[in-house]
Design a protein around this ligand. Sequence first.
Ligand code: MN
Length: 512
Amino acid sequence: MKTAKEIYSQLASPTEADRELVVKAYNFATKAHSEHTRYSGEPYMEHLTSVALDLAKMGMGPRTIAAGLLHDTIEDTPVTAEDIKNEFGDEILFLVEGVTKLSSVRYYGSDRHNESLRKLFVATSQDIRVLIIKLTDRLHNMQTLDHVPAEKQKRIATETLEIYVPVAYRLGMGRIRKELEDLAFPYVYPKEYKRVCDLLEAKAKKANILLEKERKYLQKKLVDSKLTNFNTAYRVKGLYSLYQKLKRRDWDIDNIYDLMAMRVVVSSVEECYRALGIIHDIWRPLPRRVKDYIAFPKPNGYKSIHTTVTTTHGNILEIQIRTEQMHHEAEYGVASHIIYKQQSLDEEPSSSWFNRLLPNLFRPFAKRSSGSEDLKVTKDIPPSEKIPRWIRQIGEMYTTEHSTGDEFISDMQEDFFANRIFVFTPIGDVVDLPLGATPIDFAYAIHSEVGDHIAGVKVNKKLVQLDTTLQNGDIVEIDTKKTAKPTHKWLDIAKTSVARRKIKSYLNTSTK
Ligand code: MN
């Protein structure tokens, strides 16, 4: 199990207060979970320290790391929200509660709801750090999925592919996305997994030897051309993304050009283009395979130059050229922007799609009042509401229509998200409603029998009035009684036309 020291040692330049906070959360979690083991039989802290260490390695700050250590306390132990607030303050409580709330977002196997589930997931998290903790939590749960009872494995793995992977993709977190995909793949599609493995096996054995040979050759050529500060690496394509591509290419593995890829990481954008020149000079590029994602980044912020070449040894190889910063962003996405705070950030939050898509994403919690005793703790996020440059560029790309036909774009265009809220039933089903909707709208969205007999309403377990405005992420419970029935006043309260129509029809039939 990792020690508190191993975790805080990952912080770039931790203050005394930073270290103390991590140690305090570590000890608090150890005590809270002392009775508690994982399916593997290991102490529960194994999970919490893995999550915290991953967060620290990603470059997250001390509060996020502390919240990572505490993320299961409220849900799984007698510790209350009040306890966390008293010990760690509002901000950490907010993060822990955010992660706890996300646990109720469940995949129920209906494709129709996937997109709204993903949106709900993002909306409910409110602060980007909550999503990052949750993704890291899921990563460790997937890494240890073989210890989980078999009947649960498939549901968890499917949920990972349907909800967590697209969210990681959208946030540009390439490393976590790839790992989640490859961990979930064998559980969700065992037959297909086997087929991909068999196809790859023959190729992969030779591939590593070949790739190492090509890498050395390229390295020498780059040095000869006076490029000195760079590094090269290679990889064989992830199994799940290979599967996705094989399905589109009639399972012909020879038709997949990025099966093997080499990455060249250099110091500047200018060197990216120089490296491209050198590569095209030594190896023949395939036509129409050069993609300049530096000039035109992908909608999720991804930047690199891609080219596919035939090497001297006759291998087809995709080469990805990028700067160190681009590499870091490709691996950690949004998380890297929380760290790269010294980078130029756009001063003016634009009204880009990104704000609409993730309305609360860049509303740092730090803006709310925080206790002054906290001030020595390094801020996890930039202090003011700033939008990273790449996000602004995506906004520009979208408006100037440089975009390709990526399905992603159409997703962003709808402002659906800005005008809808997502609320839960007590068992975690999702109901989406227009902004301003009330429990009456909710009840009729469930079923007209429920709507016609509302006797009382609880929101987040508290009794409320019928005209309460529902908020994103609320858990709504309707009590019904046979004798309860709609009144004329309900017509003023209901916001959806469905509810109003049904109320009117009830009132008409009952007065006749
Ligand atoms: Mn957990």
